[in-house]
Design a protein around this ligand. Structure first.
Ligand code: PEP
Ligand code: MN
Length: 351
């Protein structure tokens, strides 16, 4: 990782180091963080001659070699002060909430508009709504591109930034062209490294956030962080890590709740953690408990499926969406607890 003396290299400086690196078959990937840019060496960066040539340049401070499998996502990376905005909140630091329907029903778009206004009223910072849906059965409703216009209209009406899931290149392209604020990579796609790379490349140098769900088949914490590394390595550091439960380890919940992963993630990476309690427990009545537990474990925010009339929803909404009233209660409790947890963490650190 190349650390320049100034926060950003000029075009001429970037060209010069790119040419030097190319002599060693190494690429340079600029990654623009909120405070500074870093320049990752892509390829075999072990040549001492390459290091000497670059470190010898007047505008370069040094080359840092991060001893971690995730050089860019690591806590000790120069991106460690990078922060990401979700509406008017900045994470890590503030507490941010993404809420809205699992699925937008284009035949009942009035529900989505009503939900959008209600989640805003309840205190959400970003609106979610599924346009295309990854369904276990090919016979279930798969979503509809028309819903993208409903999502955009809901943003216009409420002023809330929007998040939706993309499963392939074409969907990502449509969303990026439409200016969708946050692309969700779902639990089923989180191991699709090609998609992670494509989304990273297509959003390089932009403010587009990527809400990366934890795959239900991911075990080691590092596997999740490395999935994020795929995106950052293509030039987009705006990664929100989203635990959402893994394969069920006990009967009763839809997935195995994994909100306790947050302290482990925080130890290893700077990326903010936005926990999804909805898919984790899979039933509306358990969602407030899982949400509060996630905040107690140090989450920077929550992503909660919410519907103005859950029983009339499609996809996951009838079983796991909470009402806007319940969302409001969760948000109020969570914001208070988040502040208390920050103070507790400080106290524990100095004890
Ligand atoms: C969703 O957010 O509606 C969804 C399908 O999530 P996941 O990928 O976590 O199952
Ligand atoms: Mn869902």
């Amino acid at each position: 990782m190349i650390i320049p003396l100034q926060p950003r290299l000029t075009d001429a400086e970037l060209k010069e180091i790119t040419e030097i690196a190319a002599e060693f078959n190494v690429g340079i990937q600029p990654i623009h963080g909120a405070q500074r840019s870093i320049y990752a060496l892509m390829g075999d960066e072990t040549s001492q001659e390459l290091i000497n040539r670059i470190e010898g340049l007047a505008y370069i401070d040094r080359i840092d070699r991060v001893q971690s499998p995730y050089k860019l996502m690591a806590r000790e990376s120069k991106l460690s002060n990078h922060t990401i905005t979700i509406g008017n909140r900045t994470v890590p630091g503030d507490f941010a909430v993404i809420a809205g329907q699992c699925t937008i029903d284009p035949n009942n778009k009035q529900f989505f508009y009503e939900t959008a206004h209600a989640v805003k009223e309840a205190g959400a910072d970003m609106l979610r709504g599924g346009v295309w849906k990854p369904r276990t059965s090919p016979h279930s409703y798969q979503g509809d591109a028309k819903s993208l216009y409903i999502l955009l209209e809901a943003r216009d009406q409420t002023g809330l930034p929007i998040n939706t899931e993309v499963m392939d290149f074409d969907q990502a392209k449509l969303c990026i062209e439409a200016g969708v604020d946050s692309l969700q990579i779902g639990a089923r796609s989180a191991l699709n490294y090609r998609l992670l790379q494509e989304v990273g490349r297509m959003t390089k140098g932009t403010k587009t956030r990527v809400l990366l769900k934890r795959s239900m088949h991911m075990g080691p914490v590092s596997e999740f962080i490395l999935a994020g590394e795929y995106i950052v390595a293509q030039g987009n550091p705006n990664i929100l890590l989203c635990p959402r439960g893994t394969v069920p380890g006990m009967d009763g919940y839809r997935n195995h709740p994994d909100e306790c992963i947050t302290p482990l993630l925080k130890e290893k990476t700077w990326a903010p953690v936005i926990v999804d309690p909805s898919h984790s427990v899979g039933k509306a009545v358990y969602v407030p408990h899982a949400a509060i537990a996630a905040v107690a474990y140090g989450a920077d925010g929550l992503c909660i499926e919410t519907h103005c009339q859950p029983k009339k929803g499609v996809g996951d909404d009838p079983k796991q969406a909470v009402t806007p009233e319940v969302l409001g209660q969760i948000i109020r409790e969570s914001r208070e607890l988040h502040t208390r947890m920050k103070n507790l963490t400080k106290t524990l650190q100095t004890a």
